[in-house]
Write a new protein. Sequence first.
Length: 163
Amino acid sequence: MILNDATIKEITTRMERYPSRKSAILPALTYAYRQVGHLDAPVYKELSKIIDIPYVEIAEAASFYTMFPKKEVGRYLIQVCHNISCSLRGADNMLIYMQEKLGIKMGETTPDNLFTLISVECLGGCSAAPMMQVNQTFYEDLTREKIDKILADLSAEAEKDGK
Ligand code: FES
């Protein structure tokens, strides 16, 4: 089993709120993602059993939501918005800077497995462009200095946790 007891309990508790099991798919994907860090076929299989919904419906729903990574990622998944508002306010430069700083290209993970860098469509934080999301946290009005601090803080946090 990949999903632990706590995640399964969250999913089954949430299922009780809905008249249709299908309505629990998105929350179930979210809980699974929070525990595992990505979603893939083995996770879909377990969710299919827990929710009692065909595997293909779980996989279809997951494929629609790009915010769920479909393969293993680093401890910190950095999603930099490259949509119109962020692009107009320098997102491309931020992306180039982060690739240089982390020593990886878009879609790659640092060798220490700490950071995965991807670019994404609008995250809904346009008024504070350019912005990015790291795991569940938004970082807005990005500058090179802010990026330096964010990455340093995250690295320190990981080191503190012994990872
Ligand atoms: S365009 Fe970047 S958050 Fe909307």
